[in-house]
Design a protein around this ligand. Structure first.
Ligand code: UDP
Length: 537
């Protein structure tokens, strides 16, 4: 990968002339700063001021043109973490004529994707906040091809997982610090600023206690398309399913330890009659971990960022997350949410240490490793006595950190018991993906009414199967019909197996009914309602 920018030959004089005459052009998607991504031509950056610059000229474009709302609070989020006040993007404005008094611009010929990494030293953050969003932002805009240059503006150094970021494009990503070595005024010929949030599934608790995002838009399919790409780049091939089945224990070696790991491994091996191996980020290369996890039947680990590696588990595998004493598994669910995304097809099991004698606490460590010695005595006492960390906001809650960094002796019988409640026979029997395609609208819906005397009437309704049914193998096809008297708020629902039905219960003569019909595949795949039928008895 090459670091120098002079890959594509550009005519410097022509580029400068274009900048002077055309200025900056920006067109964005998204209605709010939290869902906005902007495409720029001739966006510049002053490495001295550490500011982006928008140059106005007769031909410049700024859409949206927000006026001062651009600062309320920002034009867009530079990271995929929503509305975080350390991650905002904006630019300062200058007339193009000011270029005459500025350092000579250095042009960046590569198409640039400009963004912030959120926490590049934590593997969960690396995948969830950066790698997946960058990958799918690049899928969204065709300009962002494999020759894209990534620019990370958060200001961190490479970090321990930089090799993973390098897999996303063929060019070496550049960090904010490195821009200074390129010049005082950089101008990006063509750039995209911001990241798609469409793949993120978790909010870390900055404004309300952490939990799954309110409106998750990603499924296991897109996650697995991404992991397939990563595995190709890492040169990890999927092995044949014929190879031996095994369990992986992902261990931490610095903190939040499993104290009886050897005993745990023996017990798992014996219970499930499978080879059981341990891996850790400290002792294995990343490609080796991916290779091992991508063929495992079960992944067992303490709660922690390493569990994001369940991204790479095969369909049908089981994730077992171990929680230290006083930490309620329901309150910390980034990995549960991942494992249970529709189409991930993983089984998720949480185990919590409920025995105080099986935990080791570290009150004297520094605060960021869970120490509480800096708190007043009463508060220390309260924390030590407490049996559950109350819900809290990110990121410095001392009671949470104290409990999160405990070591745990795992009670083997209770762990095996909870796993056995879910995994009845052998784990990891790879279910074949059944697919979940939704029905189209029913077609040619009609109704016919007949009146019997002054108080009774019937309504015969018929319709044709959805158009896509003839191309599909569907186990069960049913129809839902709602009958609503015009002007009423309530309706009578029916589930039917055939394509016609005569309704006589509660049908009155000389009344107008609205009839809503939709098709249902396999009990839970609800199709759209067809256009409403108006039926007069
Ligand atoms: N980590 C690790 N072994 C350890 C402790 C941490 O591999 O013994 C990794 C962890 O997976 C994460 C990073 O170091 O990628 C930071 O860990 P931290 O405890 O701060 O975060 P958490 O795992 O609680 O998200």
């Amino acid at each position: 990968q090459s670091q120098e920018l002079s890959q594509v030959q550009i005519d410097y004089h022509a580029a400068l002339q274009t900048l002077l005459e055309d200025g900056t052009r920006m067109v964005c998607t998204g209605r709010m700063h939290t869902d906005r991504i902007c495409r720029f031509e001739s966006l510049c950056y002053s490495t001295e001021a550490e500011e982006f610059i928008y140059f106005h000229s007769n031909s410049s474009v700024m859409l949206p043109n927000l006026g001062s709302r651009r600062f309320q609070p920002a034009l867009l989020d530079l990271s995929s973490v929503e509305d975080h006040n350390t991650q905002y993007f904006n630019f300062v404005e200058l007339p193009a004529a000011a270029l005459k008094f500025m350092p000579k611009p250095v042009f960046v010929p590569d198409v640039a994707l400009i963004a912030n990494r959120f926490n590049p030293d934590n593997l969960m953050h690396v995948f969830h906040d950066d790698l997946l969003p960058i990958y799918y932002t690049m899928q969204q805009f065709t300009d962002l091809d494999p020759e894209t240059r990534l620019f990370f503006m958060e200001g961190w150094s490479e970090g321990v997982h930089f090799d993973l970021y390098k897999l996303l494009s063929n060019k070496q990503p550049l960090l904010r610090e490195q821009l200074k070595t390129l010049g005082r005024l950089l101008c990006f010929t063509k750039s995209y600023v911001g990241l798609s949030k469409i793949t993120t599934w978790y909010q870390y608790g900055f404004v309300q206690p952490q939990g799954p995002k309110a409106n998750i838009l990603v499924s296991g399919n897109e996650i697995r398309q991404f992991t397939k790409f990563m595995m190709q780049k890492l040169n990890v091939s999927l092995e044949e399913s014929s190879s031996e089945e095994y369990i992986v224990v992902f261990s931490r070696t610095i903190n939040r330890l499993i104290l009886n790991e050897a005993e745990l491994i023996l017990a798992l091996a014996q219970e499930f009659q499978m080879k059981t191996i341990t891996v850790s980020l400290e002792e294995h290369s990343f490609p080796d971990i991916v290779r091992l996890i991508s063929n495992a039947s079960m992944l067992v680990s303490m709660h922690g960022a390493q569990l994001v590696m369940s991204l790479f588990l095969p369909r049908g595998a089981t994730v077992v997350e171990l929680f230290p004493y006083a930490i309620n598994p329901e309150h910390y669910t980034p990995y549960k949410t991942l494992a249970t995304l529709p189409g991930m097809d993983l089984q998720y099991i949480a185990w919590q240490n409920t025995a105080r004698e099986d935990t080791i606490t570290y009150p004297d460590r520094p605060w960021d490793q869970g120490g509480i010695a800096h708190l007043d005595k009463a508060e220390q006492e309260r924390i030590i006595k407490s049996t559950e960390v109350p819900r809290h906001l990110c990121c410095r809650n001392p009671e949470w950190l104290f409990r999160a960094y405990q070591d745990t002796k795992v009670d083997i019988p209770s762990l095996i018991h909870v796993i056995r409640q879910t995994v009845k026979s052998k784990p990891g029997t790879k279910k074949k993906w059944s697919g979940s395609l939704y029905p189209g609208k029913v077609r040619d819906a009609r109704c016919q009414a007949s009146v019997q005397g002054t108080s009774e009437a019937r309504l015969s309704v018929s319709w044709q199967v959805p158009w896509n049914l003839k191309y599909l193998k569907v186990r069960e096809v049913k129809y839902e019909v709602w009958i609503q008297e015009q002007g009423e708020n309530t309706y009578m629902p029916y589930i039917l197996s055939h394509q016609n039905h005569t309704f006589s219960e509660n049908i009155k003569p000389f009344t107008i009914y609205l009839v809503w019909i939709r098709c249902i595949f396999n009990k839970n795949l609800l199709g759209p309602f067809a256009d409403v039928l108006l039926c007069s008895t």
